[in-house]
Design a protein around this ligand. Structure first.
Ligand code: SF4
Length: 81
């Protein structure tokens, strides 16, 4: 089964409206979890046009997420780049 990024979003977290997330159904969910040596330009471009960017960043910080959220890369809720 192919996993999409939408599968990784928290279905019960009701602050952001995940249904309108620009990454929902994106065909390249791995781009939101780059290796340290990889850029995340692709994910950042998608995030830049996302209507819930601010809420996504808040969620990532409060829920101590890792990966690219709201155009930044987080590690356990802290922005690392
Ligand atoms: S800001 Fe980026 S990671 Fe967050 S929901 Fe939107 S597209 Fe997805």
């Amino acid at each position: 089964m192919t996993m999409t990024l939408a599968d990784l979003l928290a279905p019960t977290y009701d602050a952001p409206d995940w249904d309108v997330a620009a990454c929902r159904g994106d065909a390249h969910p791995d781009r939101w979890f780059p290796d340290p040596s990889e850029d995340f330009d692709y994910a950042a471009r998608v995030c830049a046009r996302c209507p819930i960017l601010d809420a996504c960043r808040t969620y990532a910080a409060e829920d101590k997420q890792s990966g690219v959220w709201g155009g930044h890369e987080y590690r356990r809720g802290k922005i690392i780049r």
